[in-house]
Write a protein that binds this ligand. Structure first.
Ligand SMILES: Nc1ncnc2c1ncn2[C@@H]1O[C@H](COP(=O)(O)OP(=O)(O)OP(=O)(O)O)[C@@H](O)[C@H]1O
Length: 307
């Protein structure tokens, strides 16, 4: 189990990046970390892996304390694997060889089987013999994940793991990888901007704002009861409306057009989203965004209902 005990960290004096961060994670659990760019997601992963020296607090994995480079000369904690945004692969050898480098040379048959298994997880079997230098950014990212899994870690730290992968591949890869991790009971912490990583695959979600953890809960709870616009906006376009002198946060799917209502609005723009349209409208001089099956002409008068 991971215990992050009230840690603080800054790269420079007077600029705290992680301010009193505190949370736990059980073996096999998946945690997503979200927050605006520069809020400290990558720094948190580095701190957990032992790549920085904390100003305050302690981190434990089970009974072992994780130390930074001052006390632990070989960077990184041995039971963890960290896939950073720059993947650090060996460019002049093949995809298979990159994975095998991390497996035992003394058991070539097992090593081959394990490599095949991991190639399937990252959907790169067809590229087994391709040199890494000839891969795209997204393919390199997948090889880096496979390499991190070669010697099964107890905790996998992933920084924007699908950032360079196209949507088509991303969804099936995500399903593959996270079910593989669950099957092997490998805990995972993912720094991400992608709500799908959090909503569909994480057991827990942490949200960072102004260098502090402002949410730590099940993703569904945070999504359904966002405390503030910052939180809701990580998931979707969000409307912050003043209704009867009270501020309300509504996602676009929580507003719909009805035949009659006292809530009058005027359509301004329609944006095609594939299976629906996102309508921008004026509601009492406030902008509202909501989903609708068809597009609306500019200046169409509409009646709204808030769900
Ligand atoms: N090596 C460093 N030295 C000094 N400051 C740094 C260093 N690395 C990051 N920072 C600063 O620390 C803050 C947090 O950076 P970090 O990379 O952790 O953010 P992030 O949430 O992962 O961002 P993104 O979503 O854009 O990847 C930023 O203000 C960044 O400029």
């Amino acid at each position: 189990m991971l215990k992050v005990e009230t840690i603080s960290f800054s790269y420079r004096k007077n600029k705290t990046i992680l301010n009193d961060f505190k949370f736990t994670l059980q073996q096999g659990e998946h945690l997503c970390v979200m927050g605006e760019s520069g809020c400290g997601k990558s720094t948190l992963l580095k701190a957990i892996y032992g790549l920085v020296d904390l100003n305050k607090g302690k981190i434990f994995w089970k009974e072992d304390q994780i130390f930074g480079p001052e006390k632990h000369l070989v960077p990184g904690f041995e039971n963890f694997k960290y896939v950073a945004q720059d993947f650090d692969l060996m460019p002049y050898i093949s995809v298979s060889e990159n994975i095998k480098k991390f497996l035992s040379r003394f058991y070539p048959e097992e090593s081959e089987l394990r490599t095949q298994e991991l190639l399937e997880v990252i959907q790169m079997t067809a590229f087994a013999n391709t040199k890494v230098k000839n891969l795209s950014g997204g393919q390199k990212q997948r090889v880096a994940i496979a390499r991190a899994l070669a010697k099964e870690p107890q905790l996998l730290l992933l920084d924007e793991p699908f950032g360079q992968i196209d949507n088509f591949k991303k969804n099936s890869l995500r399903r593959n990888l996270f079910s593989y991790l669950k099957e092997k009971n490998i805990a995972c912490i993912i720094a991400t901007h992608d709500k799908n990583d959090a909503l569909s695959f994480a057991d827990k979600l942490i949200i960072i704002k102004d260098n502090k953890i402002i949410e730590n809960n099940a993703p569904k709870e945070i999504y359904n009861n966002p405390k503030e616009k910052y939180v809701a906006a990580l998931f979707d376009d969000v409307n912050e409306l003043t209704i009867n002198n009270k501020k309300e946060l509504l996602y676009p799917h929580q507003i719909k057009i009805v035949e009659n209502s006292v809530l009058k609005a005027t359509a301004l723009n329609s944006y095609f989203k594939g299976s629906y349209w996102l309508i921008e409208a004026d509601f009492n001089e406030q902008k509202v965004f909501f989903n609708h099956m068809i597009d609306l002409e500019k200046n169409t008068e509409i009646n709204l209902q808030f769900l």
